[in-house]
Design a protein around this ligand. Structure first.
Ligand code: EPU
Length: 433
């Protein structure tokens, strides 16, 4: 099984190119099947969740052609099966966007209950509520979410929570419903806006994405388009915090600095310098880090997907920090692993109380999910000695070339498969123990 072998101690220095946003690409792929015309999508990240989504679509008759490492051609004109239940779809969250897309286009869809990272209860009641409001009958049977409608009709939907998934799914279906749909208390994340922009470029009529009221006037038909996915703000934020943790100097390139404001604000608060340019952000961590308080919130608040990364930094900061996770109730599982590296963190419910320590020490650890996995790698890069990180398959689900990009910034990291390869890595790094 693939693992990262890491020797800590080198500050990360240099430039890193950020890939396209996975969480924008997944719903955009689904939405691309709503037209029978061809859609070209660019700036897609080369990560495993993307492969699984495209495979799931190809299995049911969508024509999917990779036109380059970061581009794909999609044609939904020959879909022969409205049941999506392959193994890959069970593992990723994004597969449920095919429910919204097929419900909009064919008024019928059956999609396996989706997986995704194990970070807490991942309810879908708001998706069901939204689809029902549009006139669909929704049932869950034999592990499938089944949706059927005689007629999809625009409606007024108030989301109990600003769910990213529910906002996008309902918006996708409503694009082809009859009349006006209003989604209130909608999620405002940049990828919600990206999906709306994509749909509009296919002829949809969506206004207000990025605010908490989205209005969708249904159209009869969508057409083909060419579209470029936005940069991944979570990948960017991960490298920005990696700079802070390793006392480095990293410029993240190909980003939209506005999407990174909450991350930038926290980096400034804990003592880093942050310099924004048009499409890049430089983080310099020349001074010791200081404690702060963080609460994860829907956008534009501090993202839950950056919670492990900031915790890793705060565990090395002077003083006591408090991190409150308000989105997913099970997102502190990585703390036990960080404790093995010397962190002093106590978790009480949704809150982590962190007493900063002077250093991490290398250990054998396991990535429990995607973002926590990446965060643990940044801890290992700052640690004294060697670390082995198991379960890197989680990290590869959402970070393109993660260890290669880190290596290019000066990290001592390698992908290894066996203990023998780990020993070899240690020898190469000039130490036998
Ligand atoms: N929720 C409900 N009912 C619903 C939907 C959500 O109660 O019908 C709750 C969830 O239980 C959670 C909160 O609402 O407490 C937020 O969930 P949301 O629907 O916003 O999250 P998601 O769509 O399941 C996406 C990302 C996650 C990211 C969250 C929050 C994708 C594929 N996943 O999940 O990304 O953490 O939004 O921003 O877009 C990741 O990339 O590592 C990842 C986990």
């Amino acid at each position: 099984m693939e693992q990262y072998a890491i020797k800590g101690g080198n500050p990360l220095v240099g430039d890193v190119e950020i890939a396209g946003a996975k969480n924008a690409a997944l719903p955009i792929f689904a939405a691309a099947t709503m037209t029978d015309e061809t859609v070209y999508i660019d700036n897609i990240p080369d990560v495993r969740d993307i492969d699984m989504m495209l495979d799931a679509m190809a299995n049911i008759g969508v024509t999917v052609k990779r036109t380059g490492r970061h581009s794909v051609m999609i044609n939904g004109g020959n879909i022969h099966n409205l049941t999506v239940d392959d193994e890959g779809s069970k593992k990723i969250r994004g597969s449920y966007y095919l429910l919204g897309a097929f419900l909009g286009k064919y008024k019928h869809a059956e999609v396996v209950l989706p997986g995704g990272c194990d970070i807490g209860c991942r309810a879908i009641d708001q998706h069901l509520k939204g689809f029902r409001a549009l006139g669909a009958e929704m049932v869950i049977e034999h592990g499938l979410i089944k949706a059927r409608a005689e007629h999809l009709k625009g409606s007024h939907i108030y989301l109990d929570k600003p769910s990213v998934g529910a906002t996008i799914n309902v918006m996708i279906a409503a694009a082809l419903a009859d009349g006006m749909t209003t989604i209130e208390n909608s999620a405002k994340e940049p990828h919600v806006v990206d999906v709306a922009n994509f749909l509009n470029s296919c002829g949809a009529n969506i206004r207000g994405a990025g605010t908490d009221v989205i209005r969708i006037r249904g159209v009869a038909k969508l057409h083909g388009t060419e579209y470029t996915i936005i940069p991944d703000q979570i990948e960017a934020g991960t490298f920005m915090f990696a700079a802070a943790v390793t006392k480095g100097d990293v410029t993240v390139k190909n980003v939209i600095p506005k999407h990174l404001e909450s991350v930038t604000a926290k980096l400034l608060e804990i003592g880093c310098e942050v310099k924004e340019e048009d499409d890049s952000v430089r983080v310099v961590a020349a001074k010791p880090l200081v404690h702060c308080q963080v609460r994860t919130l829907p956008y534009p608040g501090f993202p839950t997907d950056m919670q492990p990364q900031i915790t890793v930094a705060l565990a090395l900061a002077k003083g006591t920090s408090i991190v409150t996770e308000s989105i997913f109730e099970n997102r502190f599982k990585y703390v036990d692993e960080l404790t093995r590296m010397g962190a002093e963190i106590k978790v009480e419910g949704d809150t982590a109380i962190i007493d900063g320590v002077a250093r991490y020490t290398g250990a054998s650890i396991t990535a429990p999910d995607l973002r926590a996995g990446a965060a643990l790698v940044t801890a290992a890069l700052a640690a004294e000695g060697f670390t082995i990180v198991e379960n890197v398959k989680y990290i590869e689900r959402g970070y393109e070339d993660f260890h290669i990009k880190l290596k290019n910034l000066g990290a001592q990291i390698e992908l290894v498969n066996t203990d023998k390869e780990f020993q070899k890595f240690k020898l190469k790094m000039g130490q036998t123990a």
